[in-house]
Design a protein around this ligand. Sequence first.
Ligand code: HEC
Ligand code: HEC
Length: 244
Amino acid sequence: MRLTAALTLLGAMFMAFAPSASAEDTPQELSAAAEKGRKLYDNSCISCHGNNGQGIKDRGPSLVGAGAAAVEFQVTTGRMPLARQEAQADRKPPMFSDEEARQIAAYIQELGGGPTVPEGDLRDGDVANGGRLYRLNCAACHGFTAGGGALSSGKYAPALHPSTDRDMYAAMLSGPQSMPVFGDNQLSPQEKKDIIAFLQYMKSDHDPGGWGLGRFGPATEAIAIFLFGMVALVFSMLWIAGKS
Ligand code: HEC
Ligand code: HEC
């Protein structure tokens, strides 16, 4: 409640003090990359996200303020352009190269601002601390070994093995669909790098412990023990019955 009030107030203040330059079609000068991105956007995204990214009712949300991070994530993981409306946009082979994805991202960024993925080595972090932070913030949905897990109403948290460093950073910054946003005040940039270091370390084939039964977590192990136990029980019953 108080947050909404504060935001409304902030909005009102902004409206009052903002220069009245109207935000008609492409307002400011675009950089060369963003200009290329605009062309790609106008071909592949405009039908759902609208002219200048303001969104189209019942087709796609506004991208103003979504930021380069969200665009890069959605496009490099092949989720966008969306082919059809469904419960959750799945990871697909991407339609654009990474360079093109970053051009579209630059365009949306210059239109409306928002979070961006930093350059440089994103896995330069502390694996042990990353593991601790992962178990605290992510494991509930993505599973202890990042194998993914089901959520309610047909949604799921995907396995994280196909994700690149930049996907991971961008997912945390943008919080796609039912994933929460982990802004820099929730997880500092260094903590995000720690988590990425941990996830990439796990991927590079270090045995996370437990039986390797698909790494779905303790449930599989319990089922395996249960099945073995039942079979052993049935055989011993037959053996006892055979003796009497
Ligand atoms: C067929 C319609 C459709 C097309 C085409 C499409 N989108 Fe989307 N987009 C959606 C819908 C619906 C959502 C919201 C649901 C979701 O996230 O899956 C969405 C979500 C997004 C988001 C997440 C917004 C946020 O606030 O996190 C981004 C970023 C995005 N789209 C970018 C793009 C880009 C870039 C393209 C072109 C390459 C594109 N979309 C093409 C329908 C579409
Ligand atoms: C409430 C459940 C939830 C939590 C907590 C959560 N996620 Fe997610 N995550 C999701 C869902 C759902 C998606 C898929 C979103 C989509 O497809 O648009 C996702 C997607 C991702 C992806 C993209 C995977 C791919 O297929 O490209 C990454 C990477 C990721 N999450 C990392 C994290 C990390 C790291 C944390 C902890 C800091 C975290 N998530 C916490 C639910 C969650």
